[in-house]
Design a protein around this ligand. Structure first.
Ligand SMILES: Nc1ncnc2c1ncn2[C@@H]1O[C@H](COP(=O)(O)OP(=O)(O)OP(=O)(O)O)[C@@H](O)[C@H]1O
Ligand SMILES: [Mg+2]
Length: 254
């Protein structure tokens, strides 16, 4: 990525198969152990995530697929520390996320995690540029405006910097959300359907940005997607259904 100085000295990718037994170490970006999530619904208690375990090496690219309602967004939220599991543990790098309080999780997220929500979650009262500047300001970045502008230009939205979210199309909002997630150069970038609202050409340029981050800074990518082209570029495809991991396919990515 041009014009963005690495915030930190990122480790380059070291890919290890998901099933290799391993302790939490500096080669592991993410680890989840027996994650379950139970919610109360009008129909009673509902288990929406059921005993999910996985581990992701630093720099690895993971695609999570599965039908609507399979639990993909729920899993992503737990791995990123946005929500807590009913049972089970999550480690992000050497830190056990599930042992931290809300402030601790927020501090870790601010420095290490980028998240692209399925429904974008842009702040409506801020312009596209201000939305992208926000995580930089929270991280006390030296040049938030310039760096955010460069990130917007990278997703083809330099000319929309002053637009508020209501003045952007769905695909444009998605690209602002992606710029906001990657601008801090997170250790792990989670994206929930990052190409779901985009035409093929824009979708491919967004995927290129994510994979360029991975190549240049070793950013670990955890992507929920139905996009086969995207999944094929990943090191591992996790297939989910009914709150469980059905298969984990390690592959030679493009
Ligand atoms: N807070 C909640 N309370 C009750 N049920 C919930 C809650 N959050 C999620 N669910 C249910 O859990 C299931 C999994 O939801 P989730 O959003 O993780 O699915 P998903 O795989 O991301 O689906 P999609 O592809 O449609 O985005 C769904 O059936 C959903 O209705
Ligand atoms: Mg979802």
């Amino acid at each position: 990525m041009t014009g963005i100085n690495p915030a930190k000295d990122k480790k380059k990718a070291k890919i290890t198969p998901m099933n290799t037994p391993q302790t939490v170490s500096e080669t592991l970006a993410l680890k989840a152990e027996n994650l379950s999530k139970t919610v109360t619904s009008p129909e009673g208690m509902l288990t929406i995530l059921d005993q999910v375990s996985l581990q992701v090496s630093v720099g690895e690219r993971i695609a999570i697929t599965g039908p609507s309602g399979a639990g993909k967004s729920t899993l992503l939220g737990l791995l990123a520390g946005l929500d807590l599991p009913t049972t089970g543990k999550v480690w992000l790098g050497g830190n056990e996320l599930t042992a931290l309080d809300e402030d601790g999780r927020a501090a870790l997220r601010a420095n290490e995690v980028g998240f692209v929500f399925q429904s974008f979650h842009l702040i409506p009262s801020l312009t596209a540029l201000e939305n992208v500047m926000l995580p930089l300001e929270l991280a006390n970045h030296a040049q938030p405006r310039r760096t955010a502008m460069q990130a917007l230009e990278n997703v083809g939205l330099g000319e929309r910097a002053g637009h508020y979210p209501r003045q952007l199309s769905g695909g444009e909002k998605q690209r602002v959300a992606i710029a906001r997630a990657y601008v801090i150069q997170p250790t792990v970038l989670f994206a929930d359907e990052p190409t779901g609202n985009l035409d093929q050409q824009t979708g491919e340029s967004v995927i290129d940005i994510l994979f360029r981050m991975n190549r240049e800074y070793g950013t670990t990518l955890v992507l929920v997607s139905h996009d086969l082209g995207l999944a094929k570029r990943c090191d591992c495809i996790i297939q989910m259904d009914a709150g469980q991991i059905l298969t984990t396919k390690v592959q030679h990515a493009d």
